[in-house]
Ligand binder design. Structure first.
Ligand code: GLY
Length: 364
């Protein structure tokens, strides 16, 4: 995935908002620096004006917006981007061709959280998750209940969130895995997984879009920490499957005293360890974000014992990524496997950019 860091565009954006160093009394001069981090699509996906998630969120934070409001405005750009097949509108659908979306958010200072799972028909599930946090006493609404809640809140409900592209890819997958030929469910599941990976290897699906997802966390100059994760989940999943993204402690965890962690990649592996929670607990013990995330990956690695999930070296045959932000602004992106094109997105006073994800098990 190319690094589309465009410093000139960022300076134009921040200049318009009065944020450049020369004309920027708006940048808070405190010991803490505002920072927004995200999975790589937080910089590669942009709106019609060419503004990415992390730029939009960072500018809003430096203008004094609530940190969670700013982050959600940022991820809305990715949710609405038809070219990002891992999140929101145009996300890769389930095995029946239906796009179902998962999201959760956490507001550090307010100690509030909300999530939605298996939500159909709403392009911006992160906004519904925020509404769950803000105006209900619950943490998670699912499927029809989540959709009814969204309708009652005034969200537009659409019949189908597929784009021509996501529908064509689903049809191709169906063609290759014709269930009529796989009456035994185990073989069918195996074929579904194998063909999905084959389509990734052929370049039809971006590897980062197979498990999809954007996670985005931010901190402002006062040290308020928030986070949001939003996804269309695993491509071609069994209808009703919910991954780690909307589950607090798995796809996202925020503690305003400490920092935030969120994840993309194989949700089933992360769910077994609640590794975002574990990462934040590691931060609490004083670990640097990189070490905190690596220790959580070690936990997942030690729990991965199923032969079908191991490669020839006996290591996990899949990737899980963590994006870790400490309250003081220190951050890291870690995964089982790093290497060429494996980045996370960062925006601070130095502008938006991709930084390399560090691999626990090297590069692939
Ligand atoms: N991490 C996204 C998912 O597994 O659904």
């Amino acid at each position: 995935m190319s690094n589309r860091f465009n410093r000139r565009r960022f300076l134009q954006t921040t200049a318009a908002a009065g944020l450049t160093a020369a004309a920027a009394p708006a940048i808070p001069r405190t010991p803490r620096r505002p920072v927004v981090i995200a999975s790589a699509n937080g910089l590669t996906s942009t709106n019609a004006e060419g503004v990415s998630c992390i730029e939009a969120a960072f500018v809003k934070i430096t203008e004094g917006a609530d940190v969670l409001d700013a982050l959600i405005a940022g991820v809305n750009i990715v949710e609405l981007d038809p070219n990002d097949a891992s999140v929101g509108y145009g996300g890769l659908p389930d095995a029946d061709g239906v796009v179902t979306l998962d999201s959760c958010c956490m507001h550090g200072p307010k100690r509030r959280a909300g999530g939605v799972a298996c939500l159909k028909g709403v392009r911006t599930p992160s906004l519904v998750a925020q509404a769950v946090a803000d105006i209900t006493d619950h943490h998670l609404l699912v499927d029809e209940g989540a959709q009814r809640f969204a309708r009652n809140m005034g969200f537009e409900i659409e019949d189908d969130l597929n784009t021509d592209r996501s529908r064509a890819l689903w049809l191709e997958w169906k063609r290759r895995t014709d269930p009529e030929h796989f009456p035994d469910p185990e073989s069918r599941a195996e074929a579904g997984y194998r063909v999905g990976l084959q389509m990734v290897a052929e370049g039809k699906i971006d590897p980062e879009h197979y498990y999809g997802t954007i996670n985005c966390s931010g901190v402002n100059a006062s040290g308020d920490v928030c986070g949001v994760t939003t996804t269309s989940g695993l491509a071609w999943k069994i209808p009703g499957r919910v991954g780690d993204s909307p589950i607090l402690g798995a796809g996202l965890y925020v503690d305003n005293d400490v920092g935030a962690a969120g994840s993309t990649g194989r949700g089933e592996a992360n769910l077994y360890s609640l590794a975002s929670f574990l990462t934040v607990e590691n931060l609490r013990q004083g670990m640097h974000p990189k070490d905190a995330g690596m220790a959580a990956l070690q936990r997942i690695r030690s729990y991965t014992v199923d032969a079908r999930l191991l490669n020839e070296a006996g290591e996990p045959a899949f990737n899980v990524n963590f994006y870790v932000l400490a309250k003081d602004g220190a951050h890291a992106g870690v995964a089982f496997y790093g290497g060429e094109g494996r980045n996370y997105a960062v925006c601070d006073n130095n502008g938006p950019r991709h930084e390399p994800i560090e691999g626990l098990l090297g590069n692939d």
